[in-house]
Design a protein around this ligand. Structure first.
Ligand code: S3P
Length: 166
């Protein structure tokens, strides 16, 4: 596939941010992280945005951040775990670049995501697991799926780069 923009999607703890950084380094592309763009736009961290304004407001800022990044080419975008859930976001991303789902088993999510409120939607295990199961149907709409549950980031990057035509 010919690509000049890559979106990494997947659940919290899938490794989107670290894979995005390593992939951008390998391709000599730019890297952007939607969560970081949101925090810069709002001059607040994600837990405070959820706390002060609620999730619907957060989703609006998330969508605005995604739209801001649309003109960029030669860019790997690490999305937030919920970015690909909104059908309008999905449509934009699918049209704009190659969308890659980093798929990890729930056990890996539990290992990587502390249930400490730093991620507002990861406060308790039961709710997190329900969300994980519910979101899989949407992530499956990504044209590329990578098994990201095991192995070093560099191997994942090899796998992704091998499938790309840049
Ligand atoms: C969210 C995932 C988080 C962040 C916010 C909401 C979600 O990003 O955008 O806490 O809805 O899954 P990460 O997937 O980078 O943790």
């Amino acid at each position: 596939m010919k690509a000049d923009k890559i979106y990494l999607v997947g659940f919290m703890g899938a490794g989107k941010s670290s894979v995005a950084r390593a992939l951008a380094r390998r391709l000599d592309w730019r890297v952007e992280d939607i969560d970081a763009v949101i925090e810069t736009r709002e001059r607040a961290d994600i837990p405070s945005i959820f706390r002060q304004h609620g999730e619907p407001y957060f989703r609006g800022v998330e969508r605005a951040a995604l739209i801001d990044l649309l003109p960029l080419r030669g860019t790997v975008v690490a999305t937030g775990g919920g970015t690909f859930m909104d059908p309008r976001n999905r449509e934009l991303m699918l049209r704009d670049g190659v969308v890659i789902w980093l798929d990890v088993p729930f056990s890996v999510v539990l290992d990587r995501v502390p249930l400490d409120g730093r991620r507002p939607l990861a406060a308790d295990r039961g709710a997190l697991e329900a969300l994980y199961n519910q979101r899989r149907a949407a992530y499956q709409l990504a044209p590329v799926r990578v098994d990201a549950g095991r192995g070093p980031v560099d191997l994942l990057v090899d796998q992704i780069v091998d499938g790309l035509e840049t």
